[in-house]
Design a protein around this ligand. Sequence first.
Ligand code: SF4
Length: 373
Amino acid sequence: MEINQIINNFIQIANSPDKAIKQSCERNHKNAVGCVAPYAPEEIIYAANCIPVGLWGGEVELRKARTYLPAFACSIMQSVMEYETKGTYDILKAVLIPAMCDTLKCFGQKWKGACPAIPFVYPQNRRVKSAELFLENEYKSITKKLEDILNVDITEKALKESIILYNDYRLAMREFTEIAAVHTTTISPTVRHQIIKASYFIDKKEYLCYIRELNEKLRLQPVEHSKNKRVVVSGIMLEPKGILSHFESLGIDVVGDDLAQETRQFMTDVPFAGDALKSLARQWINHNACSLAFDPYKQRIQHLVDLVHHFKADGVVLALMKFCDPEEYDVPIIMSKMKEENIPLLVIEIDQQAKAFEQINTRLQGFVESMDD
Ligand code: SF4
């Protein structure tokens, strides 16, 4: 396939998740299991011969969600709740819900979709020995529940194969972000986002073939010397799409990210630790530089500085999810570190229900001008 064809394929998948999931399930004779953002052991779902589907909300008008969630619940979970009540997720056979923050702790008990929910806990104090064992037991429980719901056996062999596939996918994605950073004309901010987003809606084996082919073809293209401003974006996610279109009209390229929906998904491989579930649990213990994984040393802050230097970025845009406590705690530290390092920083608020982005546009415009100084 030509580069444009591969990119268009990704865009279609990202723009029509329902259709993409249905078709991928049919092609591969699989069922779909949902993973409420941000993290889930997708490898267990894959080993159950199902397609893990990421639930990251979307641009939906809130009608019923507010009946079940307080107005101060983050905008992403408001959208997920709205979709639940509309029946959007009825295609799923089960859904995993991580108790990652206060909103998600309640969310696991409020699932309104048609399929069963499997709430589980990621231990926050990851430096005590019991953390890994605790998570391994959580994963055992998820495995057992999925076996019962789906009427399948999840074997150790299938789990190990699934881990290998996912580590291959992670490597290909890290390669993609590197290659995309020097092809920012072809891989515009919106295209970059949609390519990564598409991974949530089809079988990972299929996705891996497409992304490897894209990487291969992009590598053969000359490096693109864009005159645009280069930024690293950080936060939970950078949507709605209307925001990214302002990046493009103002001449801002996204050269790297620290988004939970994007790079944080594939930055930590699953190590080999003997048993498959133990290996999966150890991945969480090794997962650093993330606002959602408790870290008294706040490695995320230095990680952001390193990303700026690595990608030769002109600045950082922090996309702050409305009412997301774990992200908000990091903002003052990020602000003072960026000031100390003389790195321009812009904080914008992300609200999936927002319809107009003129205020963000004006602030981005000012930010571009400040990077010229
Ligand atoms: S509050 Fe933050 S971490 Fe919790 S669900 Fe919302 S976006 Fe995710």
